[in-house]
Each structure stands twice: as structure tokens, then as C-alpha cells.
Design a protein around this ligand. Structure first.
Ligand code: ADP
Ligand code: MG
Length: 415
């Protein structure tokens, strides 16, 4: 039998869209809601904003990594400063990272209204289009199932058959029916989705079902993870952008892909739900997804504790003092900016106990290292919090994989 004969054509074949009643999933959803509450509460909003800016490249790093695109964080930081590699591949990877960062920034402002439906086809197409519009040619071609090279058209639903793992995704001619069902079923404003706990479990189920539909010829992985980011934001579980689901998925990539593949399976027997697909495997996927989310939120909560952060700022300054790049007193500036989000330029003199000239030179050395930001168009603008990727191994240890952190530490130490 050819692929085209056995392929799904009717949206009822993606049932169940929601796992059967599971007290364990409800309890996980409640834990996630409780844990994510107050993640940003102890931080000044401007500091939280600066940390979210710092985390966006990390989110992009991990999402592209899941697709096998391993762009070094140092190269992402260079790209943010418009410093691009000469060779085609590395330059393309840098541009891809930037594209992801830009889209995830734009996504956050899209999901502010209660009525917004992140599961709408229009929004999925918008994510895909915004991402692919920024991608170089290098990433805009894929081989389809017949082995022919196909262009990836930004925002366009596929017009060919695709296979992901062992799963042959639904017939492209019927995709609009699958996507319509997806959009209406998960719509957070629908009366059936009034319960927040239900909506949180539904995010997990929708993540799999969108990957299963595989609406685009390529880019589905990045789009579905950006969709998850949008859902967390929309549900108020990551309002400040202080944690990354994708980091958790990438760190458990094998389990992520195994759970996705298992949830593609048709139901095992009469005790496995009533839909075409397995209820037990969908439940298992949701369990994995929610546990991964809880793990990331609790991890970031610990990471961003005030005392912990102040200690790390100290460690960072010690390292830079040893290298002769910073003066000892700069720690007081960094601590003040971390606690208050920003300080007036005149404040540095008082904070450091140094002359105006010396204090300004200290602030300047921090700007050079990317640890303070100013509005260059306004010489009176305050000094604001800023956290560069290069300082990540000391300020936010273990956010990136160990090997990458070692490279960053060595670069920091000038080795
Ligand atoms: N067995 C599976 N069933 C459903 N989705 C899967 C399966 N295996 C992987 N995926 C999803 O498909 C994505 C890869 O699809 P693709 O269109 O190539 O996305 P991208 O171009 O972003 O890599 C993975 O990131 C994952 O989210
Ligand atoms: Mg791909």
C-alpha cells in the first residue's frame, strides 16, 4: 500500500484531542500554575525584562538544537552584535538564531488579550511566516517524501505528503479540516475550556496534535515550540518570559521525541480510550510535558533568588577584577542595578564612593562588557540592567550545556 492510500483524511482520526480524566495530570497542572505564580515577583520589572532579553537567545539556541542546528552561544552573541561568520553555513545558523529571537519577542506582545486564540491557523501561519521571512536561502529548501527538493514558503501550509518518524502526517489536501478542528477545539475562549486546569493540560495535548498534523513542509518543530511559548504567555504562566519550556525539551530530547512518537500510535485496545489514537500515550505525553515545564520553572525560581544572584554577581566581578577588566567597586553598581532595575547616572558616585570621573569610568567598563545598558540617544538616560550571553556561565550557571559553558568560560578568562 502506498503512503497516499493509508494516510489520514478525516479530522476525527486525531481523536482524542484531550486525555481522559486523569487526577495525576490535574495535579501536575495545578503544581505548574502554583510554581509559575510569583516567579517574577521578587524581581524589579526592568531586571525581569533584562533577564527575559538574555533568555530569548537561549530559547532559540535550544529550539534550533532540537532540529540538529547547533549554533554556538558565542556565535549567537556575535550575531546580536552584527558580527557574522564568513562561511555560509555558520552565517546561516547565526541568521536562524536571530530569526527565532525576533519572532519570540514579537509573539509575546501578540498574546495579550483574553480573546486571543493561539491555536488559530492564522496565528500558526503568522509564526511560520515571521520565522521563515528572516531565514536565509540555506534553510528554505527541503526534500519531500518523493525525494524532490521543495521550497519552504513562509506561512504556507504544505502541499505535499510528509513523514515524521514513522508517522505519515495527514493528507495535505485535507489539512484545513484538521486545522479548523484544532483551532476550535483548543480555543481558550470556548465555553468548554473555562477551567484553567483543563486549558493547561490542553496545551500539552495540543503540542502533540500540532506536531502530528505537521501542517508545514518544514519548521513544524520550531513553530510548535513557539506556539507553546505563546500558550504559556497567554495563560499567564510565563508573563515575564523568565523560563523556557524548550530548554527542558532539549535537555530531554530523547524522551521528547519518544513521547511524541508514542502519542502517534493508534489505540491499543478497548481500554485505551475511544478515539482513533491512543489515550494512554496522549496522557503519557501530557505527563512528560507538564513535568518538564514544572522542572524548568522550579529551576529558574532557584536560579533567580535574590541572594543567589547577588552572590553570582560577586563571583563575576571577582573574576573580572582578577583579569584587570573591572574595578572591585563595580559590584556595587551591578548589585544596585539588579535590585532596582536601573539607577540614575549620578548615583554611581555615591554607590561606589569614588570620584565622579572614576565612577563614570567604572560604569563605562560595565557598558563595554554588556552589563549595563544606556539609551545612546539620551546622555541623561539611566543605567539599566543587562545580561550578556558571555557572562552566562557565571551569572546563570548551567543554563547552556556544559561543553558550551566551558568554551564561554575560557573565552572570558582569555584562554
Ligand atoms: N514521531 C513524531 N510525531 C510527531 N511529531 C514529531 C515526531 N518526531 C518529531 N516530531 C516533531 O517534529 C519536529 C520536526 O519537524 P520539522 O518540520 O522538521 O521541524 P523543524 O524544521 O522545526 O525541524 C520535531 O522538532 C518535533 O517537534
Ligand atoms: Mg526540519
Amino acid at each position: 500500500m502506498s503512503i497516499k492510500e493509508g494516510v489520514y483524511r478525516d479530522p476525527t482520526t486525531m481523536e482524542p484531542l484531550y486525555p481522559e480524566h486523569s487526577p495525576e495530570l490535574e495535579s501536575l497542572a495545578m503544581t505548574l500554575i502554583a510554581e509559575s505564580n510569583g516567579l517574577a515577583a521578587s524581581l524589579h520589572p526592568l531586571t525581569a525584562h533584562a533577564i527575559a532579553d538574555f533568555l530569548r537567545p537561549m530559547n532559540s539556541y535550544y529550539s534550533n538544537l532540537i532540529e540538529g542546528h547547533d549554533t554556538h552561544p558565542i556565535d549567537i552573541e556575535k550575531a546580536l552584535h552584527k558580527d557574522f561568520a564568513n562561511d555560509k553555513k555558520n552565517r546561516a545558523l547565526q541568521l536562524e538564531a536571530l530569526a527565532h529571537i525576533k519572532v519570540s519577542e514579537r509573539i509575546f506582545s501578540k498574546c495579550l488579550t483574553v480573546e486571543f486564540n493561539p491555536y488559530s491557523t492564522d496565528f500558526l501561519k503568522w509564526i511560520h511566516q515571521s520565522f521563515y521571512d528572516e531565514l536565509p536561502e540555506y534553510f528554505r529548501k527541503v526534500k519531500n517524501l518523493e525525494g524532490d527538493e521543495t521550497d519552504v514558503i513562509p506561512g504556507e501550509i504544505r502541499t505535499c505528503f510528509v513523514k515524521v518518524g514513522k508517522h505519515v502526517a495527514p493528507d495535505w489536501k485535507h489539512l484545513s479540516a484538521f486545522l479548523n478542528r484544532f483551532e476550535t477545539y483548543y480555543n481558550p475562549s470556548d465555553a468548554t475550556n473555562r477551567s484553567k486546569i483543563r486549558r493547561v493540560i490542553a496545551m500539552a495535548a495540543a503540542h502533540h496534535r500540532m506536531a502530528w498534523i505537521h501542517p508545514f513542509v518544514d519548521g513544524n518543530g520550531r513553530v510548535v515550540r513557539l506556539l507553546s511559548d505563546a500558550c504559556f504567555r497567554h495563560e499567564g504562566l510565563n508573563t515575564a518570559g523568565l523560563w523556557s519550556m524548550t530548554r527542558g525539551l532539549a535537555r530531554n530530547e530523547k524522551d521528547y521525541k519518544a513521547n511524541l512518537a508514542n502519542a502517534d500510535l493508534v489505540r491499543f485496545n478497548n481500554y485505551d480510550g475511544r478515539g482513533n489514537l491512543s489515550n494512554s500515550m496522549l496522557t503519557e505525553f501530557c505527563r512528560f510535558y507538564l513535568m518538564t515545564a514544572i522542572d524548568q520553572v522550579t529551576y529558574m525560581k532557584k536560579m533567580l533568588g535574590i541572594d543567589t544572584m547577588l552572590n553570582r554577581i560577586d563571583n563575576y566581578v571577582d573574576l573580572m577584577v582578577a583579569k584587570g577588566l573591572l574595578k572591585h567597586e563595580t559590584r556595587y553598581i551591578l548589585e544596585a542595578v539588579f535590585l532596582k532595575g536601573e539607577i540614575a547616572r549620578g548615583e554611581v558616585e555615591r554607590i561606589t564612593g569614588k570620584s565622579d570621573k572614576t565612577a563614570k569610568a567604572m560604569a563605562h567598563s560595565l557598558i563595554k562588557l554588556g552589563l549595563l545598558r544606556v539609551d545612546v540617544t539620551n546622555h541623561l538616560s539611566p543605567y539599566q540592567a543587562c545580561y550578556p550571553i558571555s557572562a552566562s556561565p557565571v551569572l546563570f550557571p548551567s543554563l547552556y550545556p556544559t561543553g558550551k559553558e566551558m568554551d564561554m568560560l575560557n573565552a572570558m578568562k582569555g584562554l
